[in-house]
Design a binder for this molecule. Structure first.
Ligand code: C2O
Ligand code: CU
Ligand code: CU
Length: 535
């Protein structure tokens, strides 16, 4: 390839020009176009672990520290840790309760949760030197505006905030992650992400795998410096891509599985990477749930595309394999990711001959056939809105707006103002061939109506809150807006979100909604009679 002599092309320009359009990107090109000296310090591939040698583990489940009536109280402290990620090295990270990923919170429908999130991070990021203000978002929850992790509602180091979660929705896999304005990508890559499971009676009654056979898989990717610390490279604000794939914080782990069905709660917690899953055995996945919970009926697929922040619950049946067989979860990578030698591998399962509990080992033909989101029809919509995902003046924008525009408007700028109870059809357009934008609408669950006029893919036939809006795709989604107040909409490539592909909408009702900035954080120390640890 030939680049102009005077001004080397940035990755963005190359992406625009279509030069880097294909999935594979050779390392020498990477060095020549971008961040050369930073990448010189990259951990050599020879020092990275051999895939499928590190044992698999799941994050611990967090217990409430006290319960009153129907409310459970949790305390989570964001703090630095020296993590064992790559064998033989220590990685400085930030974790909820000092864990990466953070502890899983597991709640029952009908019981409210109050989570005290304490920011005990250092005053500055160790490498990037920004002040790590945070805002915690429970992704998948219809929380009130002031507890939704509004990007500008920040908690600085030395402060805390009590977040209230209603837990009235249908059973689902949620996740909590940082959403602090302009530093979400860095804060999440440092480790501020975890799952949150909402259970309900329907879920409990289904004969699907439960308990030890219901397993979180939080997939992310990272690149490391040769001292074991994270390597920071956002490729001219287009995305952060690692050469190491992590599952629950461990590089390419291997999990022992019994000869039966397992349910995996698969979350793409990567900053910018999307995946296309398959098993090396050629066997299919049975997709049973999407972001907003169970699908009307399961979908059997050999492969599926998974954008950032989407959750898919899949059942894999290991009874088909002989004891000793290793099954590899592979990534065949959608386009416009930056790939490396082992980013096509994710984790492995080794089939063992142990006894197991044979109950709850099936997938019924119907899961949640009456989900109201999936019953919505285009004819129910009282308004159609257009959401254009555009790059202009070297910013990623939503309808030409950035979060800085929202801030400059005194947080009054909105892209849409549905009335409480209204059904609306949103047409989300990505007119670029250079980027994909998994688009997240806060507050609501939606139904994917179509993509470029064609039916949604089988794995998307369930309630969603993020939709993959691929290169030159137009995706229509349908939702009933219930609630009140202002909520964010953004691309979940967190580098795009930070620079600055995020705006908001407002759900209107007879009285005004709560102000998303209306319940500010408090300063530490916690009041003695209110100290969850002492109390
Ligand atoms: Cu998972 Cu607004 O984000
Ligand atoms: Cu969200
Ligand atoms: Cu994007």
């Amino acid at each position: 390839m030939s680049a102009p002599q005077s001004a080397p092309l940035s990755r963005r320009d190359l992406l625009k020009a279509g030069v880097l359009g294909s999935a594979a990107l050779a390392f020498p090109l990477e060095r020549s176009v971008n961040a050369g000296s930073v990448l010189d310090a990259r951990m050599p591939a020879s020092k990275l672990p051999v895939p499928f040698t590190v044992p698999f583990a799941t994050p611990p489940v967090l217990a409430p520290y006290r319960s009153y009536g129907t409310t459970d109280h949790y305390r989570v402290e964001m703090k630095p840790l020296m993590a064992d990620v790559l064998p033989g090295f220590k990685t400085p990270l930030w974790g909820y309760n000092g864990l990466v990923p953070g502890p899983t919170i597991s709640v029952e429908q009908g019981r409210q949760a109050v989570v005290r999130h304490v920011n005990n991070l250092p005053a500055r990021h160790p490498v990037l030197k920004y002040a790590p203000w945070t805002s915690v978002h429970l992704h998948g929850s219809a929380s009130k505006p002031q507890y939704d992790g509004y990007a500008s509602d920040v908690t600085n180091p030395g402060q805390y905030k009590d977040y209230q979660y209603p837990n009235f929705q249908a059973a689902r896999t949620l996740w909590y992650h940082d959403h602090g304005v302009h530093h979400t990508a860095e804060n999440v890559l440092m480790g501020l992400a975890a799952q949150y499971h909402l259970h309900d009676p329907l879920e409990r009654s289904l004969p699907i795998p439960h308990g030890e056979f219901d397993v979180p898989l939080i997939v992310s990717d990272a690149m490391f410096r040769n001292d074991g610390s994270l390597l920071w490279n956002n490729n001219d604000e287009s995305g952060m891509y690692g050469d190491v794939i992590l599952v629950n914080g461990r590089p390419w782990p291997v999990m022992k599985v019994k000869r039966r069905k397992y349910r995996f709660r698969l979350l793409n917690a990567s900053i910018s990477r999307s995946y296309a899953w398959s098993l090396d055995s050629g066997e299919p996945f049975t997709v049973i749930a999407t972001d907003g919970g169970f699908m009307p009926s399961p979908q059997v697929v050999k492969s599926f595309r998974h954008g950032m922040a989407e959750r898919y619950e899949v059942v894999i049946d290991f009874s088909k394999y002989p004891v000793g067989r290793r099954v590899v979860l592979k990534n065949t990578s959608p386009k416009n990711n930056i790939n490396y030698t082992n980013t096509d591998k994710v984790m492995a399962f080794t089939v063992v001959g142990d006894d197991f509990d044979p109950t709850d080992n099936s997938v019924p033909d119907q899961l949640n056939p009456t989900n109201p989101v999936m019953a919505l029809q285009v004819s129910d919509a009282v308004a159609t809105r257009r959401i254009d995902l555009v790059r202009s003046n070297s910013k990623f924008t939503i309808n030409g707006h950035t979060w800085d525009d929202v801030v400059a408007s005194g947080h009054s700028l909105v892209e849409a103002s549905p009335h409480d109870g209204d059904v609306e059809l949103w047409e989300i357009r990505n007119l670029s061939g250079g980027w994909f934008h998994p688009t997240h609408i806060h507050l609501i669950d939606f139904k994917v109506v179509d993509r470029n006029g064609k039916p949604p893919m089988p794995h998307e036939l369930g309630p969603k809150d993020v939709v993959y809006v691929g290169e030159n795709e137009t995706v229509r989604v349908l939702a009933r807006f219930e609630g009140r107040g202002k909520y964010m909409i953004h691309c979940h490539n967190l580098v795009h979100e930070d620079h600055d592909m995020m705006s908001q909408f407002e759900v209107l009702g007879p009285e005004a909604g709560d102000d998303p900035l209306g319940d500010p954080c408090q300063s530490l120390p916690e009041p003695p009679d209110d100290d969850p640890v002492a109390g």
